[in-house]
Ligand binder design. Sequence first.
Ligand code: NAP
Length: 247
Amino acid sequence: MSEFEVPVLVTGSQGRRRRIGIMGGTFDPIHHGHLVAASEVLSVFNLDEVIFVPTGNQPYKQDRDVTLAEHRYLMAVATASNPRFSVSRVDIEREGTTYTIDTLRDLRRVYPDADFFFITGADVLPQILGWKNSDALWSMAHFVGVTRPGHQLDTAGLPPEGITLMEIPAMAISSTDCRNRVRSGIQPWYLVPDGVVQYIAKYRLYRADGNVGSDRMVVSDDVSARAVGSSGHGRDSHADLTGQRKG
Ligand code: NAP
């Protein structure tokens, strides 16, 4: 076991600070690997909740086609049957490029007294040293890198006390594979929640004909009402999305 791996149950106590997982990702689309990862981190770190935060404009993806943020957000909402999971709009509503430092600052305003655990793909973590305000990140959250089975990670330069790596077998599922299946005409049943299969079909996402979702989409209130729950951040009316943009 490396110094980055801490597969021990962190026990909590009554009256302790709230422990919140922040699951940052593109989620294009969200899949069962993400959900299992969030659930595993929640139990290993004894978290109170996990907030999924779909990215807005990710700095390393500005020249790539990413599905509309609103679609990615709504697919994430469609999975929020776990009462400890919610989905936030903080990144998709902030103007400009999505930086994790801004995600953490925005959520800190909502949860001034919580301990944060930023959960993301482990292969993203080696890039952290080049992220905006990277020095400040370590004091704002503990970072949990979720790895796929057999994945080797270069952790050179990363502070062991700031990061934990967790191998999640279910992360053998990948968003790229889900998109490729749909492009080949195969529905990703059982790789993503049923509601996400239906959402992909309804909005014709990831299709070989290049249609990555309608330019104009109206989101019904019953869907938006299920977002986020009571935490207050990110709940919004997001009815009329016009124009296609990078996610
Ligand atoms: P990505 O390049 O789409 O994903 C990299 C790898 O990590 C993929 O294998 C992906 O698998 C996996 N992954 C992504 N999010 C995950 C999650 N929450 N749990 C488990 N696996 C995950 O990475 P990204 O989604 O663009 O970025 C991840 C997070 O890092 C976002 O919150 C983003 O804002 C942040 N970030 C910040 C900066 C910055 O502040 N400068 C720069 C880059 C990224 P799947 O494709 O199957 O999801």
